[in-house]
Design a protein. Structure first.
Length: 337
C-alpha cells in the first residue's frame, strides 16, 4: 500500500509515554514522548513503552536490511565497505574514500548517485570543503554509501542503474522481500526517504525483531541471509567509525560498548547488545537528542550492559543544556519504571 488519500500515521501523543526530560536550572523545560520495545536475548518481548505495535518509518534504521539485501544480490561486501552500505556517515575523507571505492568497483561515476547533494555531517569535514570553495555534492550526503552499494548490486546483476530507486526495480523488490523476511511482517506502507530511496512502514516490534535477528545471526548459518547478516554485524562492530563518524553517537556507542547501534531520522534508534538484547524506539517529536541515552538505559535495565559503562560515556553524548556557554541542566531519561 502506498501513502495517498488514506490517512496513515504513527502513534499519537495520547498513545505515547514520556521517555526523556530536558531540564534547565531544575525546571523541566521540554519533554520527549515516544514509544519503545525491548527484546530479550531469545527475541521475546520483555518490555513495552507506549505503542510499539504502531507503524513507523524506520528511516535510516532500515539501512542494515538494505545492506543485507545488496549482499544477497551477489555483492560480497565486508569490512568498511559493508559498514558504509549501512551508514549515515559523517562525510570525512575516510568515509568518502570507501564510497569512491564502491563506485570504482561498479565502474560508475559519482554522477550515477541519485541521493541529494549535501554538505558533510562532520563539522570538520564540512568546514574543509566550504573553505576549499566546494559546493554540495551527492558524495557528501550521509546516505551515499548505501546508494553506491545499491548501484554496485545493479551492475553485478545487469539491472538498470538509472531507475535503481524505483520501488518496482528488481533491487528494491529484493530489499522489500529481505525486510519482510527479517522482520516477519509485511510492509504496511511505502514512501520516499530523505535520500530518495523507498522507505517502508513497519511496527517498532517488527523493526526490533529484524535487528535482533541481525545481532544474533551466525556466520555458520545454512541460510545466506543470516550469514550476510553476521558479516554485516561483525563489520559494524569492528569499524564503528564508518557507520557514523568520530565523536558521533552511534560510533561512540559501538566503539565503547560493543553495542550495535543505528539511528534513523525523525527520532528512531535501534541498539542491540552482545547477548542479543535489542531496543527499538521512536521519539514522537522526531528529535534524536535523547534517543541514544534512552536506548542505552533500556539496555541497562534489561541487564545487557553495565550502568557504570553507560555513565562513563554519557558526557560524550552531548546531553548538557547550556546557559551562557556553561552547563545549567541536562537531558535525562524519564520513562515509566
Amino acid at each position: 500500500m502506498s501513502l495517498g488519500a488514506t490517512p496513515l500515521g504513527t502513534f499519537t501523543g495520547a498513545e505515547a509515554v514520556q521517555l526523556a526530560v530536558v531540564e534547565r536550572g531544575g525546571f523541566a523545560e521540554s519533554r520527549h514522548l515516544g514509544s519503545a520495545v525491548v527484546l530479550g536475548p531469545d527475541g521475546s518481548v520483555v518490555r513495552k513503552l507506549g505503542s510499539p505495535e504502531a507503524l513507523i518509518f524506520p528511516r535510516s534504521s532500515m539501512k542494515p536490511f538494505q545492506a543485507i539485501a545488496v549482499m544477497g544480490a551477489g555483492v560480497p561486501l565486508d569490512g568498511p565497505a559493508a559498514v558504509l552500505a549501512t551508514a549515515s556517515h559523517g562525510g570525512t575523507p575516510a568515509h568518502l574514500s570507501v564510497v569512491r571505492g564502491l563506485l570504482a568497483q561498479a565502474q560508475l561515476p559519482e554522477s550515477a548517485l541519485q541521493c541529494p547533494r549535501d554538505w558533510p555531517l562532520d563539522a570538520g569535514a564540512r568546514e574543509t570543503v566550504i573553505r576549499a570553495g566546494e559546493t554540495k555534492q551527492r558524495l557528501y550526503m550521509n546516505c551515499s554509501g548505501k546508494h553506491a552499494a545499491m548501484l554496485l548490486a545493479c551492475v553485478a546483476n545487469g539491472w538498470p542503474t538509472d531507475t535503481y530507486l524505483d520501488p518496482q526495480h528488481p533491487l528494491q523488490v529484493r530489499i522489500r522481500e529481505t525486510i519482510e523476511r527479517l522482520t516477519g511482517e509485511k510492509v504496511a506502507a511505502t514512501a520516499v526517504d530523505g535520500c530518495g530511496a523507498p522507505v517502508y512502514a513497519m511496527t517498532l516490534e517488527a523493526l526490533a525483531r529484524g535487528i535482533h535477528r541481525i545481532a544474533t545471526a551466525s556466520s555458520g548459518s545454512p541460510f545466506a541471509l543470516y550469514r550476510n547478516a553476521a558479516i554485516l554485524r561483525n563489520a559494524v562492530l569492528a569499524d564503528g567509525w564508518a557507520i557514523d563518524g568520530p565523536g558521533r553517537a552511534n560510533t561512540v556507542v559501538i566503539d565503547r560498548l560493543g553495542v550495535f547501534a543505528k539511528l534513523g531520522a525523525e527520532g528512531v534508534m535501534v541498539m542491540a547488545a552482545a547477548d542479543g538484547t535489542t531496543v527499538a524506539l521512536k521519539m514522537l517529536d522526531g528529535s534524536l537528542r535523547a534517543a541514544s541515552i534512552v536506548a542505552l538505559r533500556l539496555l541497562v535495565d534489561a541487564g545487557a550492559i553495565a550502568s557504570a559503562d553507560v555513565d562513563a560515556l554519557t558526557p560524550e553524548l552531548d546531553l548538557a543544556v547550556l546557559g551562557g556557554g556553561v552547563p545549567v541542566g541536562s537531558i535525562r531519561v524519564a520513562y515509566p519504571q
